[in-house]
Design a protein around this ligand. Sequence first.
Ligand SMILES: [Zn+2]
Ligand SMILES: [Zn+2]
Length: 116
Amino acid sequence: MSARRKDSITEGKDSEKSGSCSKSVSEKEKGMQCELCEDWFHTSCVNISDELYRCFSKNDGLHWFCVKCNGNFFRLFNSVSRRELRIDKVEERQNTTEISLKSVIDLQISENGNRV
Ligand SMILES: [Zn+2]
Ligand SMILES: [Zn+2]
């Protein structure tokens, strides 16, 4: 029982650590650098297979973000696209108010023209 408990405790600690390992990556170890926060992570800590690691080291064009930044990036991306949508809607509204204003002015002009 006591041994099992110990295991579950270390397991919990490991899952907390994953993605944000406090140990620095030495030159001998395989590490990934997050493109956003520029932190280094052990490939084993961020669940990157040797195959994937080789892919990344071969291709400079591949981008990798750590778990933390990945979440932040998508949150940022979502908020930006949502903001753009909002701007579109505001612009639409401005256009319609402009049109209605113009029609009001046209009406006033024609009314005045009729009266005078
Ligand atoms: Zn690590
Ligand atoms: Zn990062």
